[in-house]
Design a protein around this ligand. Structure first.
Ligand SMILES: *[C@@H]1O[C@H](CO)[C@@H](O)[C@H](O)[C@H]1NC(C)=O
Ligand SMILES: *[C@@H]1O[C@H](CO)[C@@H](O)[C@H](O)[C@H]1NC(C)=O
Ligand SMILES: *[C@@H]1O[C@H](CO)[C@@H](O)[C@H](O)[C@H]1NC(C)=O
Ligand SMILES: *[C@@H]1O[C@H](CO)[C@@H](O)[C@H](O)[C@H]1NC(C)=O
Ligand SMILES: *[C@@H]1O[C@H](CO)[C@@H](O)[C@H](O)[C@H]1NC(C)=O
Length: 555
């Protein structure tokens, strides 16, 4: 039985009384709302958003952050390859074309059907260096014409954007969806560079290869390009800023923990993804009818930039037809970019020996396959009947799929897609395919597994929550840009003191001091001296006593 302490009881009574009085007074007074906004009147207004490669996948998430800034009264000018369409998605955005849209077909020395990743990257890099002077001048012209106060640069082969900012002494916000580009750590890597996404469980020799041999090989390939870039800079008389270029004020990374493998980040590298639009276009009536009439829809889309071989296209279409025949799924939605439409053989030879004509399917005559020119992807993914996404694994598509809790079958073509596919597989929400060894039965088995596996469903729930709560961080991205903009006119920026509140002392102390290596070195010295001294004394003692013994024996 619990003994009741009368003093304790009294105390509780007293506390209750105080609390009651407190609550009572609180309800009679009306509370004052806390003001969270700051004074924007003195903040410079003009932002340039620059992307060399352009295209929806690179520009859209940046524009979603810019849209918040436009709403807050800033002027945003987009300078990129091609034009962002439809421009009505971002009212108030000023668009200027940097150059014609960049297409993969324009990369002459790359076979995109065989290479994946690095070779393509070095090709695009070379193209951007050949264009460097023209690109820089265009940035400069726009920067001066629109009186730009801050540069918001997509990092991919966009040196001109960061260089012009540095030379005009304006802050630069760098943007990427890849942490591997922004803040590489020794325990992670990327298939783009020929190594596993995580080196945690790799053998010593594999880590040796990935830590030393691969970087050397990459440096060897990239060194001539780096030289070429510096020559291009010299030609138009661009000076490096404080010894190294480019200097970035803040790096924003459109990714999120859960999807991205955990790692340490520098303070001025901030994860702010997944960035998604506030609004998305609805299903067309036609598509809506199709989706509502089918209960297990597979959505196929490989982005707007990438495509595969005719052979692979046929294997994919054959898998879709067979998956429907076997009742694994009952509907397919596949937006086909124009170039891909011609990439089919006239007939498909199914595994069971029957033949199917492709033309009627492409003309939308198949009752269970909906081919469209364009599909409002988010609306399709968010439809309850969409059970699986057959994707190329581009960052934007992955974010939308995780946000809507849709499992993925991934056929990566290159760039960051292979790494993305491995990450998604390792968190148990996707299965992957290889474009070089595509096989119809393998596709069918993987579709079945993705639709049935309970563990995948649980993992998707978890990722959906993470994607949803993190999708609010685009407002933080906008806040941070505003903060930097607010200080951009200050003299300190010129003196390299800019953002000192963000820079850990370690970056100024140097590697040895920052890690207290000198202290440990001194300790090691002391310990060694001490042990050395003791050892020496002992040695002397032993040799003395033995010589005494010898002497005594002699005597
Ligand atoms: C924004 O840009 C427009 C036209 O480009 C200009 O008329 C307007 O003055 C600018 N606003 C600010 C605040 O600079
Ligand atoms: C990468 O490492 C993981 C964990 O050790 C392993 O399961 C996976 O098969 C590896 N992936 C590749 C492509 O080697
Ligand atoms: C490496 O192996 C350990 C132990 O099996 C496991 O917990 C960890 O998740 C693995 N790491 C990766 C990246 O697969
Ligand atoms: C299917 O078989 C026919 C011959 O029976 C052949 O002409 C055609 O190219 C085959 N189609 C594919 C996609 O292999
Ligand atoms: C997605 O669809 C569900 C209904 O299936 C709806 O309740 C929800 O609002 C949609 N999500 C978004 C972000 O529009």
């Amino acid at each position: 039985m619990i003994k009741r302490n009368p003093i304790l009881l009294l105390l509780i009574l007293l506390l209750n009384l105080i609390f009651y009085v407190n609550v009572n007074t609180a309800t009679t007074q009306s509370y004052i709302p806390r003001k969270i906004d700051f004074d924007r009147s003195g903040i410079p207004k003009n932002i340039l958003l620059g992307s060399y490669v352009g295209g929806r996948s690179h520009v859209k998430p940046m524009l979603d952050v810019a849209a918040i800034l436009i709403e807050r009264g800033y002027n945003v000018t987009l300078l990129s390859a091609g034009r962002y369409e439809p421009s009505s998605e971002y009212p108030g955005l000023n668009q200027i074309t940097l150059k014609p849209p960049l297409r993969i077909k324009d990369l002459k020395n790359v076979n995109i059907h065989e290479d994946s990743g690095f070779r393509g990257l070095s090709q695009v890099t070379e193209m951007s260096i050949n264009d460097y002077g023209k690109t820089y001048e265009k940035y400069k012209k726009v920067a001066i014409e629109y009186n730009i106060d801050l540069f918001f640069c997509d990092v991919l082969v966009n040196d001109a954007c960061m260089d012009i900012a540095n030379n005009l002494k304006k802050p630069v916000i760098a943007w990427s969806s890849s942490l591997q580009f922004m803040d590489p750590v020794p325990y992670k890597n990327d298939p783009m560079f020929g190594c596993n996404i995580s080196l945690e469980n790799e053998s010593f020799f594999e880590r040796f290869r990935c830590a030393l041999i691969q970087p050397l090989q990459i440096a060897y390939t990239m060194a001539p390009l780096a030289r070429q870039l510096n020559d291009a800079r010299k030609q138009i008389d661009i000076k490096p800023v404080s010894g190294k270029m480019p200097k970035v004020s803040l790096a924003l990374v459109d990714t999120f923990f859960g999807f991205e493998l955990p790692q340490h980040l520098a303070p001025n590298v901030q994860e702010i993804g997944p960035v998604l639009s506030k609004e998305y276009p609805p299903l067309t009536p036609e598509l809506s009818n199709f989706m509502n009439a089918h209960e297990r829809v597979l959505y196929v889309a490989f982005g707007t930039r990438f495509f595969t071989t005719t052979e692979n296209n046929n294997k994919i279409l054959q898998s879709l037809v067979e998956a429907i025949n076997k009742k694994i799924i009952d509907g397919v939605v596949w937006p086909l970019v124009e170039t891909s439409r011609d990439n089919f053989y006239p007939t498909l030879n199914l595994t069971d020996g029957t033949q199917v004509q492709t033309l009627p399917i492409l003309n939308n005559e198949h009752p269970h396959i909906h081919i469209a020119n364009f599909a409002p992807q988010f609306a399709v993914l968010n439809h309850t009947n969409t059970k699986l996404f057959f994707s190329h694994g581009g960052a934007g598509s992955v974010h939308e799929s995780l946000y809507t809790g849709t499992p993925m079958l991934i056929l990566p073509f290159g760039a960051d897609q292979i790494g993305n596919s491995h990450k998604l597989k390792s968190i148990g929400v996707a299965l992957t395919l290889n474009k070089l060894t595509l096989d119809v039965n393998d596709i069918l088995n993987k579709i079945s597994k993705l639709l049935e596996d309970e563990k995948i469903k649980k993992n998707l729930k978890r990722m959906e929550v993470l994607a949803k709560i993190n999708s609010k961080r685009k407002y933080r991205a906008a806040d941070l840009i505003e903060y930097i903009l607010q200080n951009s006119g200050l003299e300190e920026y010129v003196n390299d003191d800019f953002l000192k509140e963000w820079e850990p002392a370690s970056s100024r102390m140097g590697f040895i001091k920052a890690n207290n290596l000198d202290v440990y070195g001194a300790l090691l010295g002391v310990v060694l001296t001490l042990f050395g001294g003791i050892a020496f004394k002992l040695f002397k003692l032993i040799s003395n006593s033995s010589s005494i013994k010898i002497k005594s024996k002699k005597a």
